[in-house]
Ligand binder design. Structure first.
Ligand code: NAD
Ligand code: UDP
Length: 312
């Protein structure tokens, strides 16, 4: 198949490019390198079935060749990134999604939207199921990301219902692994970078807020299965193993053998108190289950960050 991946030079996008190439498909990666880096796909450039197009998908995109599948992953994703890039984030979620749905319609391609657990906001339902509508502050600082993704979901369903485009929506929960930027501000690269450099680990608030971390290989498997399923309704993909942020900091200290202290910093505005996916739908419709437990995934990721820090 001919696959287009927007945001393909980002953390998750680059793993998707690799996965589809390895399965024998042709991959066109479209990315403007706003938060991604060309080096993430540098090793793929010599592959005969790989094409990189540097382009901002908030502007129209015209492709000559046929397209079978579009995975729309372009968007800043780390809170630090989207707080620094609020208008680009709103534009890529709205205009970018509209443009890529237009390509899907014109090419009769199947379209998969990378949505997020952030559509649930600071959730009042725990764990989060796909039929929960969420608790989002539209004018809060995180609203630029949350509302862009909520709009993107609405636009995706409108193209499905109005134009008959085959669509899929994955609601991704916190994912980690190789090729996360050390400086992207998310909790895992922050804690691992701090532990490996012997700096204090910065826990925001009391650290009693929770997250549930999924290794990127599990996420990619879930996305590929969802794309080939017949489910236009959103599907949560994440690892339901929940942990408090303070416990997470302690785990990273233990696994890295670091003696860094923990320091407490103010909790950012609208930081969700809890987050854990209900993955019943993914289990039933995709036969999907995460396979990498947190300890195993953290050890693999620590090795990547060690090499990255050594190379700086
Ligand atoms: P990332 O920042 O590493 O990747 C995003 C990519 O999109 C980058 O390469 C960036 O340059 C590109 N991009 C941004 N705006 C663009 C534009 N206008 N035109 C073209 N390219 C553009 O982030 P990631 O963690 O890989 O996230 C990828 C997708 O998955 C995002 O849509 C994000 O919302 C979603 N997601 C990620 C997580 C997670 O835990 N990593 C959780 C939920 C949802
Ligand atoms: N966090 C933290 N210290 C850091 C970075 C993040 O305690 O150095 C907390 C943050 O407040 C949030 C959780 O870790 O409660 C996850 O943050 P992240 O930025 O990774 O993503 P989020 O899940 O909030 O989108």
């Amino acid at each position: 198949m001919r696959i287009v991946i927007t945001g393909g030079a980002g953390f998750i996008g680059s793993h998707l490019c690799e996965r589809y190439l390895a399965a024998g498909h042709h991959v066109t990666c479209v990315d403007n390198l706003l938060t991604g880096v060309a080096a993430n796909v540098g090793h793929l450039l010599s592959h005969q079935d790989f094409v990189f197009i540097e382009h901002d998908v908030s502007k129209p995109l015209f492709l000559d060749a046929a397209v079978d599948r579009i995975l729309h992953f372009a968007s800043p994703a780390s809170p630090i990134d989207y707080l620094q890039l609020p208008i680009q984030t709103l534009k890529v979620g709205s205009l970018g999604t509209h443009n890529m749905l237009g390509v899907a319609r014109a090419k009769k391609a199947r379209f998969l939207l990378a949505s997020t657990s952030e559509v649930y906001g600071d959730p009042e339902i725990h764990p989060q199921k796909e039929d929960y509508w969420g608790n989002v502050n539209p004018i809060g600082i995180r609203g630029v990301y949350d509302e862009a993704k909520r709009f993107a979901e609405a636009m995706t369903m409108a193209y499905h219902r109005t134009h008959g485009v085959e669509t899929r929506i994955v609601r991704i929960f916190n994912t980690y692994g190789n090729r996360m930027r050390l400086d992207d501000g998310r909790v895992l690269p922050n804690f691992m970078g701090q532990a490996l450099r012997g700096e204090p680990l910065t826990v925001y608030g009391a650290g009693d807020q929770t997250r549930s971390f999924c290794h990127v290989t599990d996420l990619v498997e879930g996305i590929v299965r969802l794309m080939e399923s017949d489910s236009p309704e959103p599907v949560n993909i994440g690892n339901p193993e929940e942990v408090t942020i303070l416990q997470f900091a302690k785990e990273i200290l233990e696994l890295s053998g670091s003696s860094s202290p923990i320091v407490y910093k103010p909790l950012p505005q609208d930081d969700p108190r809890v987050r854990k996916p209900d993955i019943t739908r993914a289990r039933q419709r995709l036969g999907w289950e995460p396979l990498v437990n947190r300890r195993e995934g953290l050890l693999i990721t620590l090795e990547h960050f060690k090499k990255r820090i050594a190379a700086i």
